[in-house]
Design a protein around this ligand. Structure first.
Ligand code: MG
Length: 258
């Protein structure tokens, strides 16, 4: 108590004699920002049409934007009825373009009458940056998580083996589902050390399920996540090796943010 009573009067004295370093602001314009003006973008319609500045990755007609992850030949998944269905035999496919930070939209459907259980039930995935032809990279899980238990950091909308979704927003098999992703790629210095980690924000069917989730590295089936330096990378879709019927995708587009 003794020390406190000595300190308080001193502060009053200092406040009275020292000139104020920050005069009170009275002008509301002082905190207005006018430049740069955000570019005008026509938003997509609620039927899922892409916004005007998006790179359309798949509009239902062909896979010209995609290649085989294995050998970079033309992607051989089956395009039919405006959708593309996974061809497990031909393996993963990926974008021909390479990306750093972006916003991504895709729609996926687990077929009605899906069989299997756990991870063996409509398993696929989107790798936000591919670092190899197989399952290397950073996977957001895609599978049937409608009344299908598995480890929660491996269910639909998880960052595989790193972060469970905040909620389970999965629709039943046979219904289309949306993913809207904001990907912040990791940054590496010239000597390969990590400067800034990767972050993922994900909306599943319009519901926030990953909120600026920081990644501990690439996602692995076995072992802990870790980073290895890489450049701009493809977006990859997984042909998972389970024996359940293959899932389909439609309406995929991306907006690079850098
Ligand atoms: Mg998967």
């Amino acid at each position: 108590m003794k020390r406190q009573s000595a300190t308080v009067p001193l502060l009053f004295v200092l406040a009275a004699v020292l000139p104020s370093s920050t005069p009170a602001q009275t002008d509301p314009k002082a905190t207005e920002q006018w430049e740069p003006v955000p570019k005008v973008v026509t938003p997509g319609r609620l039927d899922g049409a892409p916004p005007s500045d998006a790179i359309v990755l798949f509009d239902g007609s062909d896979l010209d934007q995609w290649e085989s992850s294995r050998d970079h030949s033309a992607a051989r998944w089956k395009v039919h009825d405006g959708v593309v269905t996974v061809d497990k035999a031909s393996g993963n496919i990926q974008t021909r373009r390479r990306f750093r930070d972006y916003q991504l939209h895709l729609e996926w459907q687990v077929p009605k009458g899906i069989t299997g259980e756990g991870q063996e039930r409509g398993n696929s995935g989107v790798f936000l940056a591919s670092t190899g032809p197989g399952d290397e990279g950073y996977e957001i899980q895609i599978m049937d998580s409608w009344k299908n238990a598995t480890y929660v950091n491996g269910q639909a909308a998880s960052i595989y083996k790193q972060a469970a979704p905040l909620v389970n927003a999965t629709r039943p098999p046979g219904e289309w589902q949306t993913y809207d992703v904001i990907w912040t790629a990791p940054v590496f210095s010239a000597d390969g050390t990590l400067t800034s980690p990767a972050y993922v924000t994900l909306f599943h069917n319009g519901v926030l399920v990953q909120n600026h989730t920081q990644l501990a590295g690439e996602t692995f089936y076995i072992g802990k996540p870790k980073y290895s330096p890489h450049a701009a990378a493809a977006i990859k879709l997984q042909a998972h090796g389970d024996r359940s019927p293959p899932i389909s995708f439609r309406n995929m587009w991306v907006r690079p943010l850098d």
